[in-house]
Design a protein around this ligand. Sequence first.
Ligand code: NAD
Ligand code: MG
Length: 331
Amino acid sequence: MATILRDGDLSLLDGSVAVVGYGSQGHAHALNLHDSGVQVVIGLREGLSSWSDAEEAGLEVRPIAEAVRGAQVVSLLLPDQVQPKVFTESVEPSLEPGAAVLFAHGFNVLYERVRPGEGHDVIMVAPKGPGHVVRRLYSEGYGTPALIAVERDASGSARETALAYAVGIGAGRAGIIETTFKEETETDLFGEQAVLCGGTTELIRAGFETLVAAGYQPEVAYYECLHELKLIVDLIWEGGLQHMRWSISDTAEFGDYTSGPRVIDERVRETMATLLGEIQSGAFAKRWVEDMDTGEPELTRLRAEAEGTQLEAVGEELRGLMRREDARAVG
Ligand code: NAD
Ligand code: MG
């Protein structure tokens, strides 16, 4: 079993930490570090609206190059697509000798799209949750688990720096696990493709469309295949698969055991292995990088194709009714 780490030495972050980017992860890391007593400087492109958001939250904001200058840890929290360009143009020329470069996801390092020079630690602190949850749980006194990794240890203390940063953003409260850039990136890509995002969205869509094609009301199909999913996942998240099965009816449990393996059958498992192979060989990264580097034509087309479905239209209407204020007005 993996060793779960809880504690680190925050004094390793003395001096300042430059958090480049103030989006989902950026705002969460910056505010959590700040509240943990670490001196944080936000690096942003001038003219962004997030500049005033960060200042209003009580943080110091500078243009990227200025924030990087003087920082001992530079956390690159920009969208993965823009990291290579911003790193080369605005971060690298201002990096202090010996400064550590920190990532929240391993993609750009594993596939060699961002390459900090020899004298710099290259580390990762990857929270296993969306940025807004990382911030909310910290504010409530809890934390989001995180993975840490060292790609290059130039200073001799790269691991301890990553650990300190992870503790600073509150991950120690939930558990920190050591990994490698390769393991984090490959499992992250696999998870989002096969289970969390791709697998789940298609499972919902297939279930909804099967019911609607058979003549059932779309609203009923929506409640069944999408709305209730969250309630079931909440139970699984709280106590595992058997806890969920304990809570549902025996009829639902019987159908779970008898039909689940027929939906996720041998063919699906083989497809999952194929996806993993494409991730491990770099074929998936190659396809996505080519798209990113040419203005994302494939992503734009896929996004447009996914819009305007009956599932989304029905959902928008029903979710409108379930907004808290409307529900109160009726009830
Ligand atoms: P984001 O899209 O939320 O943040 C974008 C930030 O970068 C904003 O401040 C934006 O203004 C700035 N930005 C965008 N384009 C820019 C440009 N061309 N030049 C300068 N600044 C620009 O990003 P994110 O989702 O927080 O992702 C940051 C990193 O965290 C990525 O490596 C991602 O893989 C990783 N990560 C994200 C999540 C998540 O919850 N979103 C979870 C785990 C890891
Ligand atoms: Mg992930």
